[in-house]
Write a protein that binds this ligand. Structure first.
Ligand code: ZN
Length: 509
């Protein structure tokens, strides 16, 4: 007897046997029990999640001569047996991927009017229905609108977004979900037991993860693993060449530790082993995404690490940290795909991640801010906050008229704890005449891009009771970058946040 693949052998024959998709099954069963099943159903979802399988069970439920509990097919009557074998005349399966045209649909419509030859219902299962041509879709639509009472349509698709909206609106839609890896693992373990095949749970976990939510893919991977005689995780890794699984964790560890030397060593080994870098980076990105989920929902996560050292490291790492690495990987993955120098690009990504200083936990930053806001740094730190929050309505200026100097003005701003102080103190000393305060300012000075310009002007004119005259100087902005770096408040901000200046950018409105 030829070998029947697991996916075929263990194909569910009843609603009860369907793995996952309980939301779909429950609704269908209720409708069947009440005799209120819609005549046009749409099953959508990724491949291998049971759409066609459930469609056949529905077809059996509609034709079974010995229905159990008003919904479950018996799988023993002639109708059930013939549907299981795919030879029942009134269940017509059409693969729209290969029969896309109007002629096939016309034939189908032509036959709708005839009563079922054997059972109660004619069931048309149209797989990959989004592949039909526009003409064929429109022809089908007419039949969907008012099908004869003995006709049921079950449309299945992996891409519901490609269907014409009128078809979508005619059908009752059921979304088949990607299956959870934990559920798949459990199912695989169950199959192995029934097959009397011994295999470690950790190997099944890797298979389940690789299947990415498709039960059919999981079973086909298990078929292969059994053919190789895989018993352990190590067997699996070497049989399938999945060294990436362990490599991903090793790399993740070096990245979380910001150990560029080790990361580079690994990268070179990976290159020599001829591992596909795009695939590896995809796995890395997925891995960090899972870490992120794990950090966010620690109770729900059943993430299994190969090494306990990494688990500890992840627990100690900040969520922001993992998010940052995830972001860089995701962005660089796209670049890597297009790069003519994948090895260099890959190393560059690792370098980029290791170059980032360890992030200071947000809680710590907030604590520091709280302390500082009560201190003298209000002006500096609130510089970028919303003006309306920072600036109280223009207070009456309490000015000592004998101190009408630039220093006096700055002193006044400082005493007022005004956010304008740091900005004003960056300005060159003005010339003060009896009519105006004249500031010669380089045309690229960041002050000019600041939203505070008008406020400074207002305050300054009120203080000096003179007009402000700004004169622009064409000058290189370089001096100012140097100047910015040297300024005391910049230095203190760098210290507070354990930061460094990577680049300067003029303020934008
Ligand atoms: Zn039956």
């Amino acid at each position: 007897m030829s070998y029947l693949v697991l996916a075929r052998r263990y194909r569910p024959k009843t609603f009860k046997e369907v793995v996952g998709q309980s939301h779909v099954v429950k609704t269908l069963v209720n409708a069947l029990k009440q005799g209120k099943l819609s005549h046009a159903l749409l099953f959508s979802g990724i491949k291998g999640t049971g759409k066609t399988t459930v469609a056949r069970i529905v077809a059996k439920a509609l034709n079974c001569k010995n229905l159990q509990d008003k919904y479950e097919p018996c799988n023993e009557c002639l109708n059930c047996l013939e549907i299981n074998k795919g030879i029942y005349v009134d269940v017509i399966e059409i693969d729209a991927a290969s029969n896309r045209g109007i002629d096939q649909i016309r034939d189908l419509i032509e036959n709708l009017k005839y009563s079922p030859a054997k059972g109660k219902a004619k069931v048309y299962i149209i797989d990959e229905v989004h592949m039909l041509t526009k003409e064929a879709s429109n022809a089908l639509l007419k039949s969907l609108e008012e099908p004869p009472s003995h006709v049921y349509f079950i449309l299945a698709t992996t891409e519901p977004n490609k269907l014409i909206p009128t078809i979508l609106s005619r059908c009752q839609r059921y979304d088949f979900k990607r299956l959870d890896p934990t559920l798949i693992t459990k199912y695989l373990a169950d199959i192995c037991q029934r097959e009397n095949y011994e295999i470690d749970l950790s190997a099944l976990e890797i298979l389940a993860k690789e299947a990415q939510g498709s039960i059919r893919d999981a079973l086909s991977l298990l078929d292969q693993a059994m053919a190789y005689g895989v018993k352990t995780k190590e067997d699996l890794i070497s049989a399938f060449g999945w060294h990436e699984v362990t490599l991903v964790e090793e790399l993740a560890k070096t990245l979380l530790e910001r150990n560029f030397k080790e990361a580079l060593k690994l990268a070179q080994k990976i290159y020599q082993d001829g591992i596909d870098l795009v695939y590896l980076m995809e796995k890395m990105t997925e891995f960090f995404r899972e870490l992120l989920v794990m950090k966010t929902f620690p109770q729900e996560s059943r993430f299994e690490f190969q090494t306990s050292a990494l688990r500890k490291l992840v627990l100690e790492s900040e969520t922001e940290e993992i998010l940052l690495i995830f972001q860089i990987l995701l962005r660089d993955l796209e670049i890597l795909k297009k790069s003519s120098y994948p090895q260099l690009q890959f190393e560059l990504t690792l370098a980029k991640i290791c170059e980032f200083e360890k992030l200071v936990p947000l809680k710590e930053v907030i604590q520091k801010l709280d302390t500082l806001i009560q201190g003298n740094f209000t002006g500096i730190l609130s510089h970028n906050l919303d003006q309306s929050e920072v600036l109280s309505p223009f207070q009456d200026l309490n000015i000592k008229k004998d101190n009408l100097t630039w220093e006096g003005f700055l002193e006044f701003l400082k005493e007022e704890n005004s956010p304008l102080y740091p900005l004003a103190s960056s300005l060159p000393k003005p010339e003060i005449t009896s009519e105006e305060v004249s500031i010669k300012i380089p045309s690229k000075h960041f002050f000019l891009n600041s939203s505070y310009v008008s406020l400074i002007k207002e305050k300054l004119e009120k203080f000096f009771n003179r007009r402000l005259n700004l004169e622009f100087l064409e000058e290189s902005s370089k001096i100012f970058i140097e100047e910015v770096k040297e300024r005391a408040e910049v230095k203190s901000i760098l210290k507070i946040f354990s930061a460094k200046i990577s680049y300067l950018q003029p303020l934008k409105e």
